[in-house]
Design a binder for this molecule. Sequence first.
Ligand code: F0G
Length: 427
Amino acid sequence: MSGTRQRCASCGHELAETDAQVRCPACHGLLEILHARPAVTGAALRARFDGRRVENAARDSGVWRFLEAVLPTAAREIVSYPEGNTPLLECPALARWTGLPRLLLKHEGLNPTGSFKDRGMTVAVTQARRVGATALACASTGNTGASLAAYAGLAGLPALVMVPQGQVALGKLAQTIAYGARTLLVRGNFDACLDLAEQARVRLGLYLLNSINPFRIEGQKTIVLELLQQLDWAAPDWIVLPAGNLGNTAACGKALAEARDWGLITDTPRLAAVQAAGAAPFAASFRERFARRHRVEPRTVASAINIGNPASYDRAVRAIRETNGVVTAVTDAEILEAKAVVDGAGVGCEPASAASVAGARQLLRDGVIGREQRVVAVLTGHLLKDPDSVTRYHQQADPRPAYANPPVEIGPTLGEVERVLRSRDAR
Ligand code: F0G
């Protein structure tokens, strides 16, 4: 046998690389994998590995790679993990569920703290350092706080995070506390937290890291730049994203305007901002051609976008207008079903992120998006951000959700395993 093979660590018996046995058929020992000696070794092999690495810290980051579009004057002060470099995934299960064969998923949940917020935070915390800020603060539905807590830790600066009590997903709260931010559970909703954070900025001299901070927007623009680069600068027809406080909608619009202005692309993708039906003031304004600004009392399971009075309203209106975009809303049931399909495809995301996928499906049904169009849906946060939403969905009994996959407790016997497998086949 040559090339890669399996060998028993106990008796040396060898098996083909594709042999499915997990123990040695001769002695029941454990197997190990052996590779052929590479054609080149030593310095030549080192050079080959090194050649696959990007060259310096700035280029390691999927944000700072776009320096000219982000913060051209930043240099030594950069605070970076690095972040970005998230995959653009094809996903047949989602193509089927949405009815969009050319759908792609930009998985921002794979950033260092598990959400797209890291792209804005690396830039804004870098800027905080440049202006000599001594204490950082934000209001958050969870992800911004987790990201700020981490980047403040990296920069060695204290951080204050205000979140609505009882409305923050477990993973996000755990991160914020663990990364060492002073965490305030505010008896009020996100909109009240943001009010409070602004007052704290003015009265207590804290450096504010919500997306009203324009440096956050500069970093978040790189979601769009990076996905365009991944498509070899051939613009998709649509970019679909979940929308809450509207910073991200504004950032994507600005990125597209600059990309066109600077000759990176010739065609501009249309933006589709998707809100949860229970927190959809922007969608209400869109239906009236933005004649007036709405404020609502928000209520959705997608806690990340449970926002009734979005701060970046004006600049998001501009983003939608300039890209000939649309705003829509999807129900919590649609969000949870989309999430279950995204999760079940092995991709995984948090509830708010699934709004983009549910929105893409709805816009196809409404005849706004065409079946053959290329659509990029942005998944903004990681599956593990909100584990409670997963257990609630999959263990709900009556009615049982369409994609429920409840775990089954059994005694340690083969008979019970067989019983469960048989009942599953019968489902
Ligand atoms: N998706 C996720 C996972 C989010 O955390 C957020 C916002 C959005 C989408 C919406 O982005 O606000 O720019 O329209 N989260 C903020 C936070 C509000 O505090 O973490 P947006």
